[in-house]
Design a binder for this molecule. Structure first.
Ligand SMILES: [Cu+2]
Length: 483
């Protein structure tokens, strides 16, 4: 772009076309001093942070010599409840420590491979101009430390990752993170900033299989991940680890995708991105619902939190979110704004012209004209269909739920303790803190618009499965509670 601008300028000068020259100058404003020639002042040690936190903004500081010291750690962690995984990490977390620089900085990078580690590693930073993005100079054996330097020339948000063979395996084990290069003067100030990175994981056992799970190279080659998650594990951004903001605050998310294979259709349910720095570069798109983040790519998204509530971060390839883990929560607290979002105002009877039965859906009459179970085994069978249609999205096919988000129905002490309470939950929904099998949940289960028969069937199915107490629920019991 630079080249063409210089050409254009010369050309236009000759013809005194000032208007064009102006727009050209404008486009080049941030690179008036080519970053290659920027002089550094002073030496500072980079602050590194673990996700979802990011270091302090660079603000007005001039380019500096910036020392980054990063330690590679191979360590066991928890992928999901009861599922262990041997992660390989930059700085002890997945994604690795967040590095924040400004354009023109000269980074002196110290990469240390902990002596307890088993393997050599290196680092390829997409913010680096040079062979392998640093990989060629940073190969380091366990118990060693290497140093290399680079100057950051291009502002933007960049992925870094290990590039030791087999590269996809090192990445699939968690070896990726983000490095931000802020423009001259820094990015505009916002109230909150967070760091979220998606990654796909391939385990020998299938999703949810307990115990220490080994990496499965064949599944990686076939691109069949068992887990697709934000920040390295299921639940990294839910429950008390949800990210937070207050009503009225501006939020900026640095979103990356480590891959190694999957693309991310990043979306926040209930929010619109006011701004997206497309692919982490200079181009700003506005009013975006879902932004595509390629493997080995990033984006910066910004929005204002206007309405209190819980917002769900997802990969909008939704089975990834609800079945493989790519789900996080943002909790916004503060006063509501009824103009922006009213909440439910009324619920009435919808009565199409000419219809005969005038009842609310789920009042237990109309829909009850459907087939009736003649015995328990039929009830359980019919309940399975209701479950698949209605409950599966949250409580999952195996009834195990999703840690920190949706409680398990499988072997649920809460469910087994009180059948009337269970009926009540299906009829009227449930919010507020509950404890299921020793784990706290504080979510929202919406009231289910189902007939007495359907509720009886689905609960009988749930009670009949997954180690629950084999309690039959009859339509009469439901009807009793509905009154
Ligand atoms: Cu590695």
């Amino acid at each position: 772009m630079k080249q063409t601008c210089i050409l254009k300028k010369t050309f236009l000068f000759a013809f005194l076309a000032a208007g064009f020259a102006y727009s050209c100058q404008n486009a080049d404003k941030k690179t008036d001093t080519p970053s290659v020639e920027m002089k550094t002042t002073g030496k500072i040690t980079a602050e590194l942070t673990s996700p979802p936190l990011v270091p302090e903004p660079v603000g007005e500081r001039p380019p500096a010599k910036l020392t980054v010291s990063m330690e590679i750690l191979e360590k066991e962690g928890e992928m999901a409840d009861g599922v262990k995984y041997m992660y390989w990490t930059f700085g002890g977390t997945v994604p690795g420590s967040f590095i924040r620089t400004r354009v023109g900085d000269e980074v002196e990078f110290h990469l240390k491979n902990h002596p307890d580690n088993k393997l050599p590693h290196n680092i390829d930073l997409h913010a680096v101009t040079g062979p392998g993005g640093g990989a060629a100079s940073s190969f380091v054996a366990p118990g060693h430390e290497v140093t290399f330097s680079f100057k950051v020339l291009n502002p933007g948000l960049y992925v870094y990752h290990c590039a030791t063979a087999p590269v996809a395996m090192h990445i699939a084990n968690g070896m990726y993170g983000l490095i931000l290069v802020e423009p001259e003067g820094g990015l505009p100030a916002v109230d909150r900033e967070y760091y979220v990175m998606q990654g796909d994981f391939y385990t020998k056992g299938k999703n949810g299989e307990q115990g220490l799970q080994a990496f499965d190279m064949q599944k990686a080659i076939d691109e069949h991940p068992d887990y697709i998650v934000f920040n390295g594990n299921i639940g990294a951004l839910t429950g008390n680890k949800a990210i937070t903001a207050n009503v009225g605050e501006t939020v900026r998310l640095y979103i990356g995708n480590g891959g190694p294979n999957m693309l991310s259709s990043f979306h926040i349910i209930g929010e619109i991105f006011d701004k997206v720095y497309v692919e982490g570069g200079q181009l700003i798109n506005r009013n975006v619902q879902t932004t595509l983040i390629p493997a080995g790519g990033a984006a910066i998204v910004e929005f204002k939190a206007e309405v209190p509530g819980t917002y769900t971060l997802v990969d909008h390839s939704l089975t990834r979110a609800f079945n493989k883990g790519a789900l996080g929560l943002l909790t916004v607290t503060g006063d509501g704004n009824k103009t922006i979002y009213s909440g439910k105002q009324t619920e009435g009877i919808y009565q199409p012209e000419g219809s005969t039965v005038q009842v609310m859906p789920g009042s237990g009459n109309a829909a009850d004209e459907g087939p009736k179970a003649a015995n328990l085994s039929e009830r359980v069978k019919m309940g399975k269909t209701v479950y698949a249609r209605t409950c599966i999205a949250c409580h999952q096919e195996n009834g195990k739920g999703i840690p920190n988000a949706f409680p398990p129905l499988a072997g649920s002490d809460f469910l087994n303790a009180d059948v009337n309470r269970a009926i009540d939950i299906i009829l009227h929904g449930k919010t507020g803190k509950i404890t299921v099998n020793g784990k706290d949940f504080d979510g929202v289960m919406p009231a289910q618009i189902l007939s007495d028969e359907e509720i009886a069937n689905v609960l009988s199915y749930v009670y009949d499965n997954w180690g629950n107490k084999k309690q039959e629920v009859t339509p009469a019991m439901v009807s009793q509670k509905r009154k």
